[in-house]
Design a protein around this ligand. Structure first.
Ligand SMILES: [Zn+2]
Length: 409
């Protein structure tokens, strides 16, 4: 870990050590974790930035939903070197007006990430290439990378990719929870709009390849996944997904998908959203209380207005207090990593937390606790070299291949 980060970390060492479950992780794990280049390929923190009273550079107390799971201090203390800030847009009907609004919403969220970079230039810098991620780490500053979650943000306009690329966007998740004009979603059962990729989706992938923008297949249907894998000239990735063999959710990747992904040199970035990590029996009272909040305030996806989001968050925190949620654990997360490694090898797994988009498990429920994954993997016999691959090396291989192929065009 580098000079500036050490300075930031020094005064707040206690804040780091305290959340890490007493004596664990041991100092060897902490030391190794600090030395690794660490990358998280998915968070929805720009949604937090919509609340202009919230400052990502301020020190926030841990633990409550309204404080978020990511901020610069906790990134520095937890040694997360590089983070993809996703501009997320929810899926709506395919109309011209909605296309315009989706594109504007994505542009606005990217603008919020750019605002953070302008405000804290000595703490976090844009990284649009693997070389820039490595340089920032050497310089002791964090890296902000930019992704778009949901190709709906393109507004059915191929030229949008070029414009987004110019603002640093390096991946686009093709769809979200419902089918769009690019492909089918894994969680829109019965819709099956395209039987996988649409004709426009094939054009989008070709243009992404040409520009060196990574194709992200988290959220895509199985058919769309296999078709995109065949259509893309460069390896693809899943920015935040888990293994279906361990948690049977359509969002997760089957063994067949993982084998196909590895055969093309891609990577699955392990998501730590509890529901995708482990099926835990529902707490009926909690669910009923949450449903009533959706009825009163609207769903999280539909709520963009900061004041409305804040009001719902406060009510949500009260539900959390009354009916605490049972979360999957760091050990459950590492079971998925073990599974992928046993199935296809160490070169095809990374980390994409989905913090601030629902991500978080017991023991790793905010960015300052990421070292607990390293500690658990060390206990399971993973080597330093293995951990370097999981925490960034594997993803950087895929990222590099996409940029090199684009330059060769
Ligand atoms: Zn997602």
């Amino acid at each position: 870990m580098k000079n500036l980060k050490l300075i930031h970390a020094a005064g707040l060492l206690l804040a780091l050590v305290l959340p890490l479950r007493g004596a664990d992780p041991d100092s060897a794990a902490l030391k190794l974790h600090r030395e690794l280049l660490t990358i998280d390929t998915h968070c929805d923190t720009p949604l937090h930035m919509l609340d202009t009273t919230w400052d990502i550079g301020a020190v926030h107390p841990s633990g409550t939903r309204d404080r978020g799971k990511i901020d610069l201090t906790r990134m520095e203390n937890g040694n997360l070197d590089a983070l993809f800030f996703a501009a997320f847009v929810s899926q709506r009907a395919l109309t011209e007006q909605n296309y315009r609004e989706a594109r504007a919403a994505a542009e606005h969220l990217i603008g919020l990430t750019e605002g953070m970079l302008k405000k804290y230039p000595d703490r976090i810098r844009l990284a649009a290439t693997p070389a820039e991620i490595r340089q920032n780490e050497r310089d002791g500053v964090l890296s902000a990378c930019v992704g778009i979650e949901n190709g709906f943000a393109l507004g059915h306009d191929l030229a949008a990719l070029q414009a987004f690329r110019a603002r640093g966007v390096r991946y686009v998740t093709l769809c979200h929870t419902r089918d769009n004009d690019i492909c089918d979603s894994s969680t829109d059962p019965g819709a099956d709009s395209w039987g996988g990729l649409s004709p426009f989706g094939r054009q989008v992938i070709a243009e992404m390849n040409r520009l060196g923008i990574l194709v992200d297949l988290s959220h895509a249907s199985d058919e769309a996944f296999f078709q995109a894998l065949a259509a893309s000239k460069t390896p693809i990735f899943a920015s935040h997904s888990c293994a279906r063999a361990l948690c049977n959710h359509p969002r997760n990747l089957s063994d067949e998908m993982l084998k196909a992904l590895a055969a093309t040199g891609g990577v699955m970035q392990m998501c730590i959203l509890s529901e995708y990590v482990k099926a835990i029996p529902a707490n009926a009272r909690r669910e009923a209380a949450q449903d009533s909040l959706d009825a009163i305030y609207g769903t999280w996806e539909s709520l963009r207005e900061p004041v409305a989001r804040k009001a719902k968050r406060e009510a949500w925190n009260e539900v959390d207090r009354l009916y605490p949620r049972t979360l999957a654990t760091v050990a459950d997360v590492c079971d998925h990593i073990d599974h992928v490694v046993k199935l296809v090898g160490i070169d095809y797994i990374g980390i994409g937390t989905d913090f601030d988009g629902g991500g978080g498990v017991n023991g790793c429920n905010e960015v300052s606790q990421m070292c607990n994954i390293t500690a658990e993997l060390l206990r399971r016999g993973y080597s330093r070299e293995d951990l370097a691959k999981i925490w960034g090396g594997n993803f950087l291989r895929v990222f590099t291949r996409a940029l090199e192929a684009a330059e060769a065009e």
